[in-house]
Each structure stands twice: as structure tokens, then as C-alpha cells.
Design a binder for this molecule. Structure first.
Ligand code: SF4
Length: 353
């Protein structure tokens, strides 16, 4: 039995063309039980003004990847290998001072839970103004004007008075909007949104996604949208990267991945999504089993213990040989193109409707 551990190959755009370029990124944590390979050979590119949706279950490595881009891992406990370049600047060897300069000014994060991300002790206005003062050397007066302007942009009513409110005086949707305003404070070129709408009800969710799209047009930021929900990326993203066990398993444009998914894991994610066209009592099709331990990931294709298509692949390739991701539109799977097409038509399409 052989286990290949080749790194992902580079995507279509050559390194250096993209605004954000990640190459063969590895993020490994040392624990008492051994080394956790949370991200293990990931490559992708993102251009200015575009949105990349990174999709996968919890523990697939999507949030760890983005914390590495932001330089937020504790370097003493985390081994980071590979390359992350932002606008030509290598981030993996940048020191904390350089990273702090970039965070807020060039890249910013929108977290899932605004209540935890915003400090309860400071007014919303102060929290939006602070990065503007820190990175642009603005006066308190100018930063307050900026905070009011941003609150208005993100749709907070009466921003001149609400700027002095504390986070607990805002509703959940308003807090999320305030956090977006905080992230936009210095017009960052890269915005990373980690499950930005998960904690919100469906109507507010749609409003926040529309708001992000509008703001992206106005500010021209590149966005990474991290989510477990393919519906969210369908609305927002230009391209999709599907992650499993710390690696990319499928990559393509939104249309390609949602209309003609290639990887059995992506089929599983789509099958477990509720659809408007399905009967109310039609059961969802969850992916069997649970994501693997990244301390001892399965040999070969890490999805093989949960995959229903291993019998189509000859020999024991699925459990013995790790499939790699080719360039451009691709899936890391041993099924041939014909096998995939047939399996999709016979078994998946009828379920997806
Ligand atoms: Fe399934 Fe094998 Fe493809 Fe992995 S390589 S997704 S186990 S068919």
C-alpha cells in the first residue's frame, strides 16, 4: 500500500498574478497527542474585486487557512510552511509588527459572532474609529465622522446618535453590520468573512450578503467567504474551493461547482442542503460518518471511509493512493471523468432535482 503526499499543483493563474496567492500552505499544530495537520498543502489565488468561497465542514481547515493569511496563529505552537503573498508581499515570514500594520489597513476579518468580536465596554463608534486612528493617523474628530459615515453605509438608521451606542443596544443584525463597518474602516483590499451570517435569521442573512456585495463594488475589495453553506457562496462568490481534511478537493467557478460538481464530497455537501424544490417531508441526505481526525488522517484519499463510490475505482487506490488536484477546474478523486459523469447522472442528479 502506498500513500502519495504530493502537494496540490498550482491553480490556473501563475503565482504573482493574483492579489492574494497561497502556495502549498501547511499549518501544523503540535499537541500532546502528536502533530495535527490542520492544513496540508493548499494552493489558491484570489484577484482584486473577486470573491472566493471556501466551503467545507467544521475541521476541514478553512478557518485555520484564513487565520494563517491574517497571521493570527501563535507561532510558538504552530508550524507554517509554504507561501502566502498579498499584493506581492510574503506574509509567512513577516514579523508581528509588519502583520499588525497590514491587519486592518490592507486586510480585515468579519467574524461569525459579532457579540463576541465587539467589546461590550466601548461604544460601537469608538470600535469603528479605532483602526482608522491607528492606521491612518486620523484625529478623533475625523475618525468619528468616518464611523458615522460607515454606519450609514452599512444601513444603520440614525447613525449620528447610534454611533454612541454600546453593542448590547444593537440587534443581532445591526451588530453584524457594525462589525462590517469596523472591518471596512480603513478600506482593506482583502476582506475575510468567516461564516458572517450563520448566527442570523434568513431575512437578515440575505440583507447582509447583499450589503457585502454592494460594498465590494464600492470598495473593490477581494473577499474570502468561509462557509459550510453552499447556498451562501452561490449568492456571493465568483469561485469555490471545497476543502476536506486540510486540503482542497474541488475547485471551479460557482457555476461549475454548483451545476456540475465533480467530487463525491461536494455531492455530499449538496445532498445535505435543503432545497425549495423538494417535498417538505423528503429527508436530507447527510454525509455518512464524521470528518477525520487530523492527528491520524486516513491513508490514501482522506474521504474514502465516508465515500460511496470507492467500488468504482480499481484495486485499493482509494485507501492507498492520495489523489492530487490538477490545475484549473479540477477535483482530487480517482474516478475517471466518465465514471464521475455516470455516477452523477445515475445517483446524484435525481436526488438534487
Ligand atoms: Fe471517493 Fe475514491 Fe474519489 Fe476519494 S478518490 S472521493 S474515496 S472515489
Amino acid at each position: 500500500m502506498t500513500t502519495q503526499t504530493k502537494p496540490d499543483e498550482a491553480p490556473a493563474a501563475a503565482a504573482g498574478d493574483a492579489f492574494l496567492s497561497v502556495r502549498d500552505l501547511k499549518v501544523h499544530f503540535s499537541t500532546e497527542g502528536g502533530v495535527v495537520k490542520a492544513v496540508d498543502g493548499l494552493s489558491f489565488d484570489l484577484e482584486r474585486g473577486k470573491t472566493l468561497g471556501i466551503v467545507g465542514e467544521s475541521g476541514s481547515g478553512k478557518s485555520v487557512t484564513n487565520l494563517a493569511v491574517l497571521g493570527l496563529h501563535d507561532r510558538r505552537k504552530t508550524a507554517i510552511d509554504g507561501s502566502i503573498t498579498l499584493d506581492g508581499q510574503e506574509l509567512t515570514d513577516a514579523d508581528e509588527k509588519q502583520l499588525e500594520k497590514l491587519r486592518g489597513k490592507k486586510m480585515a476579518m468579519i467574524f461569525q459572532d459579532a457579540l463576541t468580536a465587539l467589546s461590550p465596554y466601548y461604544t460601537v463608534g469608538r470600535q469603528i474609529a479605532e483602526p482608522f486612528i491607528k492606521h491612518n493617523g486620523a484625529s478623533k474628530k475625523d475618525a468619528r465622522v468616518r464611523a458615522i459615515d460607515l454606519l450609514e453605509k452599512v444601513g444603520i438608521p440614525q447613525p449620528q446618535t447610534r454611533v454612541d451606542d454600546y453593542p448590547h443596544q444593537f440587534s443581532g443584525g445591526m451588530r453584524q453590520r457594525a462589525m462590517i463597518a469596523m472591518a471596512l474602516s480603513c478600506n482593506p483590499d482583502l476582506l475575510i468573512a468567516d461564516e458572517p451570517t450563520t448566527a442570523l435569521d434568513v431575512t437578515v442573512q440575505a440583507q447582509i450578503l447583499d450589503l457585502l456585495k454592494d460594498l465590494q463594488q464600492e470598495f473593490g475589495s477581494a473577499i474570502i467567504m468561509i462557509t459550510h453553506d453552499l447556498g451562501v457562496v452561490g449568492n456571493m462568490a465568483d469561485d469555490i474551493l471545497v476543502m476536506y481534511a486540510g486540503r482542497a478537493v474541488e475547485r471551479g467557478t460557482v457555476r461549475e461547482v454548483l451545476k456540475s460538481p465533480q467530487h463525491p464530497y461536494t455531492w455530499g455537501l449538496l445532498g445535505s442542503m435543503p432545497r425549495l424544490s423538494s417535498d417538505v417531508d423528503e429527508p436530507l441526505l447527510p454525509i455518512p460518518g464524521s470528518p477525520p481526525s487530523l492527528l491520524n488522517p486516513p491513508s490514501g484519499c482522506p474521504f474514502h471511509p465516508r465515500c460511496g463510490f470507492t467500488d468504482l475505482v480499481s484495486g485499493s487506490r482509494c485507501s492507498g493512493e492520495r489523489p492530487t488536484l490538477a490545475q484549473g477546474r479540477a477535483a482530487a478523486c480517482h474516478l475517471t471523468g466518465d465514471q464521475r459523469q455516470q455516477a452523477f447522472i445515475d445517483k446524484i442528479q435525481p436526488r438534487l432535482g
